[in-house]
Write a protein that binds this ligand. Structure first.
Ligand code: SIN
Length: 309
């Protein structure tokens, strides 16, 4: 019998987890130094599916960092706790003393001028039950908006802020001088409400409940009403995929195209995760940028509703 050696890129399998968002990648070992071709397959799968899931990856912190670095430079988060000795690894630990608070739809670090391209999260310790993470497709969420809302948000920008982190820092005793220094270092950026994805050219909703403060140039009530409509899009199950973690599962998501919500239903059990965050570019909106060829999909954001029948 002849055995044909396949390359690491050829061994990767891609299994969709919902009609629009999320795919599980198999046949890949993140402990190894992957070839450029294999990284190319992962990158294309990320662009096609927005969030990728990997199972049974018994990797070290070094291997976690090395995999994420293949996609860009890594950030050091200025406010959130880090893994001791590893400034680029965010330690997200919840237990009896600290309930999970990432249960709010968001894209990571949009309070930065150049927010994240993507995040690679590894579950180190899982609760027996609960602690899933949901992801929502912000392309489909945009495509499913009524035409009137699309026209209303066209070309608008919104102000973002690290308000939740500021509140927690004040709660932990940060002085007004320290807070002022953070305010000066991370001034409120304005990002397009709808961003053009720099690699796919597709339009995605880019406001989120955690960090967006207001739509610039609108009356406060009008802005709040419009943001509410945009935020609600993430909450429709038709745009979502839900991931149930096991120890050594990994999720790699594209912060430019999806949002996530960590379900906080496991208190007081322990859930320990480590996140490495890849730095991205300044978001922009360019209606003239032609989208790359769209991946084949049975579903394109238009939800058929009970009220339509
Ligand atoms: C996050 O919000 O980045 C953490 C998500 C999670 O813990 O599942």
């Amino acid at each position: 019998m002849t055995t044909i050696d396949r390359t690491d890129a050829e061994r990767i399998t891609i299994t969709p987890q919902s009609p629009t968002i999320g795919a599980e990648l198999g046949g890949i070992d993140l402990r190894t130094e992957l070839s450029d071709d294999a990284i190319g397959v992962v990158r294309q799968a990320l662009l096609d599916w927005q969030v990728l899931f990997f199972r049974d990856q018994h990797i070290t912190t070094e291997q976690h960092l090395a995999f994420a670095r293949r996609f860009g430079d890594l950030e050091v988060h200025p406010f959130a706790p880090e893994k001791p000795g590893c400034p680029e690894v965010l330690a997200i630990t919840h237990d009896e003393a600290s309930h999970g608070y990432e249960n709010l739809w968001h894209s990571d670090v949009t309070w930065r001028l150049e927010p994240s391209l993507g995040s690679v999260l590894r579950l180190v310790e899982c609760p027996d039950l609960g602690g899933d993470t949901l992801f929502a497709d912000m392309y489909a969420a945009y495509e499913g908006l009524p035409q009137r809302i699309k026209a209303e948000v066209e070309g608008r920008v919104a102000r973002h802020d690290f308000a939740g982190f500021r509140k927690r820092m004040i709660g932990r005793g940060a002085t007004p001088e320290q807070i002022e220094e953070f305010n000066a270092t991370y001034p409120n950026p304005e990002h397009p409400v709808i961003r053009t994805h720099p690699e796919t050219g597709r339009k995605a909703i880019y406001v989120n409940q955690a960090f967006t403060q207001e739509i610039v140039g609108m009356d406060a009530d009008e802005s709040a009403e419009l943001l509410d409509v945009l935020y609600r899009q993430a909450s429709y199950p038709e745009y979502q995929v839900r991931f149930t973690w096991r120890p050594d599962s990994i999720a790699f998501w594209d912060n430019r195209a999806c949002q996530h919500y960590a379900v906080s239903d496991y208190y007081p059990q322990v859930r320990r995760a480590e996140r490495v965050t890849i730095i991205g570019d300044a978001p922009y909106y360019d209606p003239a940028q032609a989208p790359a060829e769209l991946p084949e999909r049975p579903f394109r954001g238009v939800i058929k509703r009970w009220s339509d029948s």
